[in-house]
Ligand binder design. Structure first.
Ligand code: MN
Ligand code: MN
Length: 303
Protein backbone atom coordinates (compact mmCIF):
# COMPACT_ATOMS: atom_id res chain seq x y z
CA UNK A 1 0.00 0.00 0.00
CA UNK A 2 0.98 3.62 -0.24
CA UNK A 3 1.26 6.48 2.16
CA UNK A 4 0.47 9.90 0.67
CA UNK A 5 2.49 12.97 1.55
CA UNK A 6 0.92 16.30 0.54
CA UNK A 7 4.12 17.69 -0.93
CA UNK A 8 5.76 17.69 -4.33
CA UNK A 9 8.81 15.42 -4.60
CA UNK A 10 11.04 18.41 -5.17
CA UNK A 11 10.84 22.13 -4.52
CA UNK A 12 9.26 23.68 -7.62
CA UNK A 13 8.65 27.45 -7.60
CA UNK A 14 5.42 28.55 -9.27
CA UNK A 15 6.01 29.85 -12.83
CA UNK A 16 5.98 33.64 -12.93
CA UNK A 17 3.85 33.90 -16.08
CA UNK A 18 1.51 31.58 -17.93
CA UNK A 19 3.26 29.67 -20.71
CA UNK A 20 0.75 27.47 -22.57
CA UNK A 21 3.34 26.42 -25.18
CA UNK A 22 5.65 25.05 -22.50
CA UNK A 23 2.66 23.34 -20.87
CA UNK A 24 1.78 21.72 -24.19
CA UNK A 25 5.28 20.27 -24.55
CA UNK A 26 5.42 19.07 -20.93
CA UNK A 27 2.04 17.33 -21.38
CA UNK A 28 3.84 14.72 -23.54
CA UNK A 29 5.84 13.72 -20.47
CA UNK A 30 2.65 12.73 -18.68
CA UNK A 31 0.75 10.54 -21.10
CA UNK A 32 3.05 10.00 -24.08
CA UNK A 33 4.49 6.60 -24.92
CA UNK A 34 7.64 7.56 -22.97
CA UNK A 35 5.93 9.64 -20.32
CA UNK A 36 5.69 9.21 -16.57
CA UNK A 37 2.39 7.29 -16.79
CA UNK A 38 4.20 4.62 -18.77
CA UNK A 39 7.18 4.29 -16.43
CA UNK A 40 4.87 4.36 -13.38
CA UNK A 41 2.48 1.71 -14.66
CA UNK A 42 5.12 -0.51 -16.24
CA UNK A 43 6.96 -0.86 -12.93
CA UNK A 44 3.72 -0.95 -10.94
CA UNK A 45 2.26 -3.86 -12.92
CA UNK A 46 5.61 -5.64 -12.96
CA UNK A 47 5.59 -5.40 -9.16
CA UNK A 48 1.97 -6.64 -8.96
CA UNK A 49 2.77 -9.69 -11.09
CA UNK A 50 6.20 -10.40 -9.58
CA UNK A 51 6.64 -14.09 -8.65
CA UNK A 52 9.20 -15.57 -6.25
CA UNK A 53 9.39 -12.34 -4.28
CA UNK A 54 11.07 -14.18 -1.45
CA UNK A 55 13.96 -15.54 -3.53
CA UNK A 56 14.31 -12.51 -5.79
CA UNK A 57 13.65 -9.92 -3.12
CA UNK A 58 16.23 -7.24 -4.20
CA UNK A 59 14.81 -7.09 -7.73
CA UNK A 60 11.24 -6.93 -6.48
CA UNK A 61 12.22 -4.17 -4.02
CA UNK A 62 13.97 -2.24 -6.82
CA UNK A 63 11.04 -2.32 -9.24
CA UNK A 64 8.45 -1.63 -6.51
CA UNK A 65 10.29 1.41 -5.15
CA UNK A 66 11.10 2.96 -8.50
CA UNK A 67 7.36 2.57 -9.27
CA UNK A 68 6.58 4.55 -6.12
CA UNK A 69 9.00 7.30 -7.09
CA UNK A 70 7.26 7.50 -10.48
CA UNK A 71 4.00 8.23 -8.65
CA UNK A 72 5.72 11.39 -7.41
CA UNK A 73 6.85 12.11 -10.98
CA UNK A 74 3.32 12.12 -12.41
CA UNK A 75 2.40 14.48 -9.57
CA UNK A 76 5.30 16.80 -10.53
CA UNK A 77 4.40 16.82 -14.22
CA UNK A 78 0.78 17.53 -13.25
CA UNK A 79 1.84 20.42 -11.07
CA UNK A 80 4.14 21.78 -13.78
CA UNK A 81 1.39 21.83 -16.42
CA UNK A 82 -1.07 23.40 -13.98
CA UNK A 83 1.51 25.99 -12.97
CA UNK A 84 2.39 26.82 -16.58
CA UNK A 85 -1.29 27.28 -17.46
CA UNK A 86 -2.04 29.26 -14.33
CA UNK A 87 -3.12 32.76 -15.27
CA UNK A 88 -3.90 31.82 -18.89
CA UNK A 89 -7.46 32.66 -18.04
CA UNK A 90 -10.38 33.59 -20.28
CA UNK A 91 -10.58 37.28 -21.13
CA UNK A 92 -13.97 38.92 -21.46
CA UNK A 93 -17.46 39.04 -20.09
CA UNK A 94 -19.99 36.45 -21.24
CA UNK A 95 -22.93 38.71 -20.40
CA UNK A 96 -21.61 41.13 -23.03
CA UNK A 97 -21.30 38.30 -25.56
CA UNK A 98 -17.51 38.19 -25.44
CA UNK A 99 -15.84 35.03 -26.76
CA UNK A 100 -13.77 34.80 -23.61
CA UNK A 101 -11.75 31.77 -24.67
CA UNK A 102 -10.98 33.00 -28.21
CA UNK A 103 -7.41 34.05 -27.46
CA UNK A 104 -6.63 30.59 -26.15
CA UNK A 105 -6.86 28.95 -29.57
CA UNK A 106 -3.34 28.90 -30.92
CA UNK A 107 -1.87 29.72 -27.53
CA UNK A 108 -0.48 26.20 -27.37
CA UNK A 109 -1.86 23.06 -25.85
CA UNK A 110 -4.70 21.05 -27.22
CA UNK A 111 -8.07 22.76 -27.48
CA UNK A 112 -9.46 19.82 -25.53
CA UNK A 113 -7.47 21.00 -22.51
CA UNK A 114 -9.47 24.20 -22.47
CA UNK A 115 -12.85 22.97 -23.70
CA UNK A 116 -13.48 19.52 -22.23
CA UNK A 117 -15.47 19.71 -19.00
CA UNK A 118 -12.49 18.85 -16.88
CA UNK A 119 -10.53 21.02 -14.47
CA UNK A 120 -9.92 24.14 -16.51
CA UNK A 121 -6.56 24.27 -18.28
CA UNK A 122 -5.11 21.44 -16.23
CA UNK A 123 -3.15 18.28 -16.75
CA UNK A 124 -4.73 15.45 -18.75
CA UNK A 125 -3.94 11.76 -18.66
CA UNK A 126 -2.95 12.12 -22.29
CA UNK A 127 -0.06 12.97 -24.59
CA UNK A 128 0.68 16.38 -26.14
CA UNK A 129 -1.98 15.82 -28.80
CA UNK A 130 -4.62 15.07 -26.19
CA UNK A 131 -4.64 11.34 -27.02
CA UNK A 132 -5.38 9.37 -23.84
CA UNK A 133 -2.57 7.41 -22.24
CA UNK A 134 -2.89 3.71 -23.00
CA UNK A 135 -2.27 0.61 -20.91
CA UNK A 136 -0.86 -0.84 -24.15
CA UNK A 137 2.33 1.08 -23.33
CA UNK A 138 2.95 -1.19 -20.34
CA UNK A 139 5.47 -3.97 -20.84
CA UNK A 140 5.37 -6.88 -18.42
CA UNK A 141 6.53 -10.23 -19.76
CA UNK A 142 6.98 -11.88 -16.38
CA UNK A 143 10.54 -12.76 -17.45
CA UNK A 144 12.68 -10.82 -14.99
CA UNK A 145 15.66 -10.25 -17.32
CA UNK A 146 13.44 -9.18 -20.19
CA UNK A 147 11.41 -6.86 -17.95
CA UNK A 148 14.57 -5.24 -16.52
CA UNK A 149 15.97 -4.88 -20.03
CA UNK A 150 12.75 -3.19 -21.12
CA UNK A 151 12.92 -0.87 -18.08
CA UNK A 152 16.50 0.09 -19.01
CA UNK A 153 15.29 0.91 -22.53
CA UNK A 154 12.23 2.75 -21.21
CA UNK A 155 14.26 5.04 -18.94
CA UNK A 156 16.54 5.94 -21.84
CA UNK A 157 13.57 6.54 -24.14
CA UNK A 158 12.05 8.75 -21.45
CA UNK A 159 15.37 10.58 -21.15
CA UNK A 160 15.34 11.29 -24.89
CA UNK A 161 11.78 12.65 -24.65
CA UNK A 162 12.75 14.89 -21.72
CA UNK A 163 15.74 16.27 -23.62
CA UNK A 164 13.50 17.12 -26.56
CA UNK A 165 11.03 18.93 -24.32
CA UNK A 166 14.03 20.73 -22.80
CA UNK A 167 15.07 21.87 -26.26
CA UNK A 168 11.52 23.10 -26.96
CA UNK A 169 11.19 25.46 -24.02
CA UNK A 170 13.43 27.77 -22.06
CA UNK A 171 10.77 28.33 -19.39
CA UNK A 172 12.72 28.22 -16.10
CA UNK A 173 9.94 26.44 -14.18
CA UNK A 174 9.60 23.74 -16.84
CA UNK A 175 13.36 23.37 -16.99
CA UNK A 176 13.69 23.12 -13.22
CA UNK A 177 11.38 20.09 -13.31
CA UNK A 178 13.21 18.66 -16.32
CA UNK A 179 16.55 19.04 -14.53
CA UNK A 180 15.17 17.01 -11.65
CA UNK A 181 13.48 14.31 -13.74
CA UNK A 182 16.54 14.04 -15.95
CA UNK A 183 18.71 13.36 -12.90
CA UNK A 184 16.30 10.81 -11.44
CA UNK A 185 15.86 9.05 -14.78
CA UNK A 186 19.64 8.65 -14.86
CA UNK A 187 19.50 6.91 -11.48
CA UNK A 188 16.77 4.56 -12.65
CA UNK A 189 18.59 3.63 -15.85
CA UNK A 190 21.74 2.94 -13.83
CA UNK A 191 19.84 0.92 -11.22
CA UNK A 192 18.30 -1.33 -13.89
CA UNK A 193 21.74 -1.64 -15.51
CA UNK A 194 23.26 -2.78 -12.21
CA UNK A 195 20.46 -5.30 -11.67
CA UNK A 196 21.02 -6.72 -15.16
CA UNK A 197 24.75 -6.90 -14.57
CA UNK A 198 24.25 -8.91 -11.38
CA UNK A 199 21.89 -11.33 -13.10
CA UNK A 200 23.71 -11.79 -16.42
CA UNK A 201 27.28 -10.52 -16.09
CA UNK A 202 26.73 -8.07 -18.94
CA UNK A 203 27.99 -4.58 -18.02
CA UNK A 204 25.05 -2.48 -19.18
CA UNK A 205 26.51 0.58 -17.42
CA UNK A 206 29.03 0.87 -20.26
CA UNK A 207 26.18 1.87 -22.59
CA UNK A 208 25.21 4.83 -20.44
CA UNK A 209 24.37 7.60 -20.93
CA UNK A 210 21.86 7.21 -23.78
CA UNK A 211 21.66 9.69 -25.49
CA UNK A 212 25.35 10.37 -24.97
CA UNK A 213 25.09 13.62 -23.06
CA UNK A 214 26.63 13.92 -19.61
CA UNK A 215 24.18 15.02 -16.89
CA UNK A 216 26.24 18.13 -16.06
CA UNK A 217 25.75 19.39 -19.62
CA UNK A 218 22.22 20.36 -18.59
CA UNK A 219 22.59 23.50 -16.44
CA UNK A 220 19.31 22.81 -14.60
CA UNK A 221 20.62 19.37 -13.52
CA UNK A 222 23.75 20.79 -11.89
CA UNK A 223 22.11 21.84 -8.60
CA UNK A 224 20.76 18.30 -8.25
CA UNK A 225 24.13 16.76 -9.07
CA UNK A 226 25.82 19.01 -6.51
CA UNK A 227 23.35 17.78 -3.88
CA UNK A 228 24.05 14.17 -4.84
CA UNK A 229 20.59 13.27 -6.16
CA UNK A 230 22.25 11.14 -8.85
CA UNK A 231 23.75 8.86 -6.19
CA UNK A 232 20.56 8.29 -4.21
CA UNK A 233 17.90 5.68 -4.51
CA UNK A 234 14.86 6.02 -2.27
CA UNK A 235 13.05 3.23 -0.54
CA UNK A 236 9.67 4.78 0.10
CA UNK A 237 9.37 3.05 3.44
CA UNK A 238 11.21 3.05 6.74
CA UNK A 239 10.43 -0.59 7.45
CA UNK A 240 10.39 -2.47 4.14
CA UNK A 241 12.43 -3.01 0.98
CA UNK A 242 15.85 -2.81 2.62
CA UNK A 243 17.07 -5.40 0.07
CA UNK A 244 17.33 -2.60 -2.47
CA UNK A 245 20.79 -1.97 -0.97
CA UNK A 246 21.98 -5.26 -2.49
CA UNK A 247 21.71 -3.63 -5.93
CA UNK A 248 22.36 0.06 -5.21
CA UNK A 249 25.85 -0.03 -3.72
CA UNK A 250 29.42 0.84 -4.71
CA UNK A 251 30.69 4.01 -6.35
CA UNK A 252 28.72 6.38 -8.57
CA UNK A 253 29.48 6.17 -12.30
CA UNK A 254 30.91 9.70 -12.31
CA UNK A 255 33.27 8.89 -9.43
CA UNK A 256 31.66 11.56 -7.24
CA UNK A 257 31.10 9.30 -4.23
CA UNK A 258 29.33 6.23 -2.92
CA UNK A 259 25.81 5.25 -3.91
CA UNK A 260 23.33 5.52 -1.08
CA UNK A 261 19.83 4.24 -0.30
CA UNK A 262 17.67 6.74 1.59
CA UNK A 263 14.96 5.58 3.93
CA UNK A 264 11.61 7.27 3.37
CA UNK A 265 10.64 9.90 0.81
CA UNK A 266 12.61 13.07 -0.02
CA UNK A 267 11.68 16.22 1.87
CA UNK A 268 10.16 17.77 -1.25
CA UNK A 269 8.45 21.12 -1.59
CA UNK A 270 5.00 22.68 -1.20
CA UNK A 271 2.09 21.95 -3.53
CA UNK A 272 0.61 24.79 -5.59
CA UNK A 273 -2.58 26.45 -4.41
CA UNK A 274 -4.26 27.59 -7.62
CA UNK A 275 -6.86 30.35 -7.70
CA UNK A 276 -10.42 29.79 -8.95
CA UNK A 277 -11.39 30.50 -12.58
CA UNK A 278 -14.99 31.73 -12.24
CA UNK A 279 -15.44 32.28 -16.02
CA UNK A 280 -14.87 28.56 -16.53
CA UNK A 281 -17.18 27.62 -13.61
CA UNK A 282 -14.19 26.17 -11.74
CA UNK A 283 -15.04 25.62 -8.91
CA UNK A 284 -18.69 26.58 -9.30
CA UNK A 285 -19.03 28.35 -6.00
CA UNK A 286 -18.27 31.84 -5.00
CA UNK A 287 -14.89 31.56 -3.22
CA UNK A 288 -16.38 33.35 -0.19
CA UNK A 289 -19.10 30.67 0.04
CA UNK A 290 -16.51 27.90 0.11
CA UNK A 291 -14.58 29.72 2.81
CA UNK A 292 -17.72 29.92 4.94
CA UNK A 293 -18.51 26.23 4.37
CA UNK A 294 -14.95 25.33 5.30
CA UNK A 295 -15.07 27.45 8.45
CA UNK A 296 -18.32 25.76 9.54
CA UNK A 297 -16.74 22.34 9.01
CA UNK A 298 -13.65 23.32 10.99
CA UNK A 299 -15.83 24.55 13.85
CA UNK A 300 -17.83 21.32 13.83
CA UNK A 301 -14.66 19.21 13.80
CA UNK A 302 -12.96 21.10 16.61
CA UNK A 303 -16.11 21.49 18.74
MN1 MN B 1 10.04 9.32 -13.99
MN1 MN C 1 12.25 6.70 -13.99
Amino acid sequence: MFLRVDRLQVEMPMPKDPDPSAAAAVQELMGGRFGEMTTLNTYMYQSFNFRERGKLRPYYALIANIATEELGHIELVGAAVNGLLNGAEPKGDMSKGDASFKHMIGAGGSIKTHVAPGPFGGIMCADSLGRPWSGEYIFNSGNLILDLLHNFFLENGARTAKLRVYQMTDNPAARRMLGYLFTRGGVHAEAYARALEQLTGVDMKKMLPIPNLQPDQIPESRPFLEEGWHRRLYRFSTTDYDEIKMIWQGQALDGSGPLEVRDGPPEGGPQYDLAAVPEAFVPDYHPQEILEIAQKLYKKASG
